[in-house]
Design a binder for this molecule. Sequence first.
Ligand code: TNX
Length: 493
Amino acid sequence: MPTVPGTVIPDPVSQVAGQGEFVITPTTGIRATGDGLPVANYLGELLRPATGLPFPVGDTGDITLVIEAGHPAGGYDLVVTTTGIRLAADDAAALFAGAQTLRQLLPPAIEGRAQADAEWVVAATVIHDYPRFAYRGAMLDVARHFFDIATVKRYIDDIAMLKINVLHLHLTDDQGWRIAIDRWPKLTEIGAATQVGGTGGGFYSHDDYRDIVAYAASRYVTVVPEIDVPGHTNAALASYPELNCDGRSPAVYEGIEVGFSSLCIGAERTYEFFDDVITELAELTPGPWIHIGGDESLTTPEADFLTFVSRAAAIVASHGKTVIGWHELGRSTRLPAGTIGEYWSFTTAQADAAAHALSFIQQGGRLVMAPADVAYLDMKYDDSSTLGLTWADGATSVPDSYQWDPAAILPGIDDDQLLGIEAALWTETLATIADLESMAFPRIACVAEIAWSARPSVPRNFADFAPRLAALGLRLDAAGIGYYRAPEVAWHH
Ligand code: TNX
């Protein structure tokens, strides 16, 4: 079926249909210079397999990528006429976002990895577009189940398609410590040996991790590493007896309970440990943020929690990084300036969670909204889901994950106080790429649209979105990405 303007996800700010169409031919090339060249090369790689056409990249070509001043932050302009395509933006990241739009203007068969038979045309259109939020995140939990480099790279490609530009990696939890720390080798010798259910496990060496970060950067995705402290630390506690107040290590943990572990707050060794971890992690992290968790430290006494949080946050700041923490971190009133809180309560805010989140604002920081009842991709879709959990106010249907707004959750909060939003994929019940994709898709498209598209003047209506989701389904089919065929969507077959 032909793709017409109006099926792009996230919905562009403005899109006007033109006359006629641009026809791709064997001589169609991609023109770019300077910082535009990597995007042009990426676009070429995207377009070659299914078309079987060469798409030379260089000084000439009917598809022109231009870096020029004058676009809104993160935004681009895309003009398709019968004679050519012009994509322009202020920087390469915004150009890349525009390339994702262009990709969705092509027939769905473009997503196939083998040569396909299709009419490679793009309907004439004029698109002016820019993001609502700078931070458009996806979180992947590689601690409960470990995912290899290839899987993480595939997930990066999955999210980049939807203009998501942050991958938050939940690297440590009770069930596993997944990043090598040279100064503390047992973290991975012992702490990475297993995972939920007891089979498998694993970790990233520094080179593995650099590989992931570089791949993400090639998709203009910033990696935010999370070391979850002081709770969710059984894997570290099992690896080093000295991190436990009684000097004795617990056994490794393969279940899915939360809230039972804590670093020893009173021991100086704990802070030496944390500083060593952050030293190595900061060296591996080109992005501005390091996430220190802070959620569900249910066995850490309040005074200890506050002591720990202010010291841990200061350590991260001393390495030149901005702290992100789950909203519980807002219990502390001594956070470094600009600390980012990640809100994970519900769209109807629970009082304590709201107060903790607002504390970040009062301390000069901003929020990333990841409301669990709509943006947790590990929630079951409905009773038929075999994977997933239900604690976040029951199942989360695809319409649920679309019909909400991040600025309508907390009192007195507007877009200015929000850095962005995030879709979280916890993996207690998810072990394979097929598991991840079937839970993420299509709900991650809902969250991506909320992150990018302009705030609507009336509440979002799923009925308006569903046809575009159906169109995305054709692309996912061609790409071999499995997804949940939500009954609320008229899928094309
Ligand atoms: C809560 S949300 C957690 C995670 C679990 C998740 C499962 C948050 C900050 N903590 O430890 O994996 O629920 O949905």
